[in-house]
Design a protein around this ligand. Structure first.
Ligand code: E4P
Ligand code: PEP
Length: 338
């Protein structure tokens, strides 16, 4: 924490701050500039926050330097973390491909999509059994029946399962089938849900809220971490901007920024961000180039019949190029495919 003194602050004002901070068990380091004096505080920041330093005589500003997202912050954990999902790493050494259908529709569609994913090099299977839809009349997912399909397809393909949970009451149920729980953009600040997934003992993929700043995204992750779960992967999936040519605007700069601020792995969803099949491969290349620790991609055997997000699903004809990108680009940025 740093206190910026007003230009007219007196020596007495500075001394008073040093005394108050010392009485609170901290240390104050006074640094005198040409026109301003700055006092750096070392000690228990929570305690300092209760001292009401801002209202003391001569104080112009109080700036919190250490982050509020302590558990996920890189300040306290300089090494970047690797999260293992059913044994598959997501972290700084690898670029992990997670792929599968947007929504689980039938056993056959899910199996076909999983085989497509595997043929492109995916090591994790995605698929939603609970779909957060804009319209209450749109397909909402198969619920537990969908989770059973995912478990069967995992059995058949060997791919661990990543699936979304939309309601805190379903967390235990979804966790009993899933290898990783997904919290989607629409629930990214549903604090009860974040706490519930933080308590259930499974890795969590936390998508960035489409209207969330990076700071808010990390604070959401802190809710999960605070419940004792540090197996969190952050997923940038596009944010709301004025642009209408794409569904959302992929914020590629969020990857290096979040990786600098947090030790957690950061991946990109090029499917939900662009919302268009023709953008998925270019955005996947961008994801690998910018240093993402993985990508999560929709594939569908018959996207024209898809019950959710067909226009963004990759089809058979795209898989050779997807596989090539995931095989060849990681090496250029010093990574290996997972
Ligand atoms: C997909 O996975 C989401 O449920 C989907 O993107 C929701 O969007 P929509 O309901 O507006 O189609
Ligand atoms: C999804 O991945 O199925 C999904 C709903 O994504 P998002 O939360 O990013 O829209």
């Amino acid at each position: 924490m740093v206190i910026v003194m007003a230009p007219e602050a007196t020596q007495g004002d500075v001394d008073a701050i040093v005394r108050v901070v010392a009485a609170a068990g901290g240390e104050a380091f006074v640094s005198r500039g040409v026109s301003r004096t700055i006092v750096g505080l070392v000690g228990d920041i929570e305690r300092f926050s209760t001292l009401n330093l801002r209202s003391m005589s001569g104080v112009a500003d109080v700036i919190k330097v250490s982050t509020a997202h302590k558990l996920v912050s890189r300040d306290n954990h300089p090494e970047r973390s690797t999260v293992r999902v059913g044994g598959v790493p997501i972290g700084p050494d690898t670029v992990t491909l997670i792929a599968g259908p947007c929504a689980v529709e039938t056993p056959q569609q899910t199996l076909e999509a999983a085989l497509m994913a595997k043929s492109a090099g995916a090591t994790l299977l995605r698929g939603g059994a609970y779909k957060p839809r804009t319209s209450p009349y749109a397909f909402q997912g198969l619920g537990e029946a969908g989770l059973r399909i995912l478990a069967d397809v995992r059995e058949e393909t060997g791919l661990p399962v990543v699936t979304e949970v939309v309601d805190a009451h379903d967390v235990e149920l979804v966790a009993s089938y899933a290898d990783m729980l997904q919290v989607g953009t629409r629930n990214a600040q549903n604090f009860a849900l974040l706490q519930a997934v933080g308590s259930v003992g499974k890795p969590v993929m936390l998508k960035r809220g489409m209207n969330a700043t990076i700071e808010e995204w990390l604070m959401a992750a802190e809710y999960i971490a605070q419940r004792g779960n540090l197996d969190i992967v952050l997923c940038e999936r596009g944010i709301r901007t004025f642009e209408t040519a794409t569904r959302n605007t992929l914020d590629v700069s969020a990857v290096p920024v979040a990786q600098r601020l947090s030790h957690l792995p950061v991946i990109i969803d090029p499917s939900h961000s662009g919302g268009r099949r023709d953008l998925v491969l270019p955005l996947t290349r961008a994801a690998v180039a910018v240093g993402a620790d993985g990508v999560i991609i929709d594939v569908h055997p018959h996207p024209e019949q898809a019950l959710c997000d067909g226009p963004q699903a990759l089809v058979d004809g795209d898989l050779v190029e997807l596989a090539r990108v995931m095989r060849e680009l990681p090496a250029i940025v010093g990574r290996t495919p997972a």
